[in-house]
Design a protein around this ligand. Structure first.
Ligand SMILES: CC(C)(COP(=O)(O)OP(=O)(O)OC[C@H]1O[C@@H](n2cnc3c(N)ncnc32)[C@H](O)[C@@H]1OP(=O)(O)O)[C@@H](O)C(=O)NCCC(=O)NCCS
Length: 261
């Protein structure tokens, strides 16, 4: 029962005090009637598909023009809307609260240890299908918490295309962080270095912190124990093995500061 109510909540169903279709008949033909009709369409879409997009945002002239000029985007949006119920259920079953105005292009892979913490803020944007980004991610976004004690906390306005975030201990990501296609952020080595235990024991872990407004270029690796300071930019294909201060551009393997912002 608890699970059912949890899933229901994930669908964003909050019953309004006065839904549009219940407005009194005396409102017919008035401005209020069109408001009522709009409300009805809005709630119908919401109940049927779990959509937070408004009819205006879906059928505005600007959107129709965009669909004509860049049809692959229309396809992506359609796919996104059709997948919404499934995506919401996926997060609900994983025990992750659905946030406001999330946009998921394709289904990510959520591997959450039941007892771990995985929280993501508002306006999440994950691109998991090859067509969802011209960089063509090689696999869906993977979010993984491996232990009961693991914690993966992500702020508002997070965007990521393909790639993986793996928390064995703690990965903390601030707000407005962008992660380019096929990047990996992990706080664990997965395997110890000692030969005798390499295949049997867990590897070394150290927390990763990515502060607000960081931009990580495509195909980068952010490894255990790293803090990337607010606003910094990581060049494409970098391997970040040491912490970086705020407000710098760093790149390479290992990533070194190439200039201040
Ligand atoms: C990091 C980046 C933003 C820097 O751009 P920039 O400020 O214009 O930097 P420049 O091209 O002037 O390069 C400055 C120096 O850094 C080096 N450099 C730049 N990017 C590098 C990278 N990814 N790896 C290694 N070195 C790099 C350049 O070779 C140059 O070195 P030099 O001074 O010895 O010649 C850019 O190079 C980059 O990686 N862009 C890709 C972003 C991305 O992945 N976007 C898609 C995801 S959404």
């Amino acid at each position: 029962m608890l699970l059912v109510s949890k899933i229901w909540t994930q669908y964003g169903v909050t019953f309004p005090a006065l839904p549009g279709h219940l407005l009194p008949e005396s409102y017919a033909g008035s401005h209020a009637a069109s408001t009522g009709r709009d409300l009805f369409i809005r709630y119908a879409l919401r109940y049927a598909f779990g959509m937070t997009d408004t009819p205006e945002s879906l059928f505005s002239p600007a959107v129709i023009r965009l669909a004509f000029e860049m049809p692959w985007k229309a396809r992506n949006e359609l796919e996104r809307l059709l997948l919404l119920p499934l995506a919401r259920m996926q997060f609900a079953l994983a025990g992750v609260d659905w946030g406001a105005d999330w946009r998921l292009y394709g289904l990510p892979i959520i591997q959450k240890h039941r007892r771990s913490r995985l929280h993501i803020g508002a306006r999440l944007e994950l691109r998991s299908t090859v067509r969802s980004n011209p960089l063509g991610p090689s696999h869906a976004v993977i979010l993984s918490t491996r232990e009961a004690e693991s914690s993966l906390m992500i702020g508002d306005d997070f965007g990521m295309t393909g790639g993986s975030i793996v928390a064995a201990l703690s990965v903390r990501i601030g707000s407005r962080v962008i992660v380019g296609a096929d990047s990996t952020i992990t706080d664990t080595d997965f395997h110890p270095l000692a030969l005798t235990t390499r295949r049997t024991a867990p590897g070394a872990n150290a927390p990763v912190i990515i502060e607000d407004d960081v931009f990580i270029g495509m195909h980068s690796l952010v490894l255990k124990g790293v803090t990337i300071g607010a606003g910094s930019v990581i060049g494409a294909g970098s391997v970040v093995t040491r912490s970086l201060p705020p407000g710098v551009v760093a790149a390479g393997n290992p990533a070194k500061i190439i200039r201040e912002l």
